[in-house]
Write a protein that binds this ligand. Sequence first.
Ligand SMILES: *[C@@H]1O[C@H](CO)[C@@H](O)[C@H](O)[C@H]1NC(C)=O
Ligand SMILES: *[C@@H]1O[C@H](CO)[C@@H](O)[C@H](O)[C@H]1NC(C)=O
Length: 325
Amino acid sequence: MRGIHTLLRLLAAVFVAHLLCSTGTAKVTAGKIKKFLDTDNHTNNWAVLVCTSRFWFNYRHIANTLSMYRTVKRMGIPDSHIILMLADDVACNPRNCFPATVFDHPQKTTDLYGDNVEVDYRGYEVTVENFIRLLTGRVTTNTPRNKRLLTDDKSNIFIYMTGHGGEDFLKFQDSEEINSYDIADAMQQMWEKQRYREILFVIDTCQANTMFSKFYAPNVLSIGSSEKGENSYSHYHDRDIGVSVIDRFTYYNLKFFESVDMSSKHTMADLISTYNISLIHSTPGVRTDLFARELEKTYLTDFFGAVQEIELTAEPYPIGKNSVS
Ligand SMILES: *[C@@H]1O[C@H](CO)[C@@H](O)[C@H](O)[C@H]1NC(C)=O
Ligand SMILES: *[C@@H]1O[C@H](CO)[C@@H](O)[C@H](O)[C@H]1NC(C)=O
């Protein structure tokens, strides 16, 4: 059984390496195969942050996403491992009376757009197709590095989405929509292509929990802001800016993250225990049946921290030893 398993893994590794090779992005090397064979430990964290809304009055969705972006950066994920997709640019919208800024609080203490925001997909680049291609790695050969999710089977990926949605769909730019089956299938493809170890999927939109109801790929933990039939609600309305500046569910998640840093021992269970329906105004949902670990033992830093404990070995990897036997 173990032999067959190893053989399958090796074949998969060779296949994927071949795939990478044929698209010109990598060469088949012993190192690459070793990488695909060693699956137990996780060596990197990635974040995909997606705001699917256009137009000024959806300011809060951009603020949600930029706040999340700041948080994952603060907790240690470098920009090279964050894919930021923003469908609209409210910072430079003529209606913005604070040009080139985005705030998530009426006190306006932190300009979310301030320094070092690297948007990877912007404006009309934020499409369902580009999102699915990004996840599944089916990008064209001339796609720049910052538009690729260069993960492997040791990567934990945090996927955050916000915008306008409904039962089993999320609108992209008011012109198209992604449905819950699209994302579920994309994740299964990611799993088959060994593109992740674990995924934390978080979505803030109306009827958000329906968006992960169709998932079936393993090792996915999902959290949504509202049940089927429920809206998701905005939080602060800013009278100067003239629109709401953040959504409640995202706001209370961020509030918890404020108390967390890279050395934190807070777990996913701690985060979820803070959800308070009377503050969020909708019913957050958590789906754990696809996730192998207990939430009490899943640290926030497993997804958000910088992972630096990488094991290096001096001796060459014994390729032939435990392969086909
Ligand atoms: C990660 O690797 C270390 C050292 O090889 C090992 O002791 C540990 O059990 C591994 N972790 C997991 C989750 O498999
Ligand atoms: C939830 O929020 C309400 C309103 O602020 C508060 O009265 C209540 O104590 C909170 N519940 C919990 C469990 O913290």
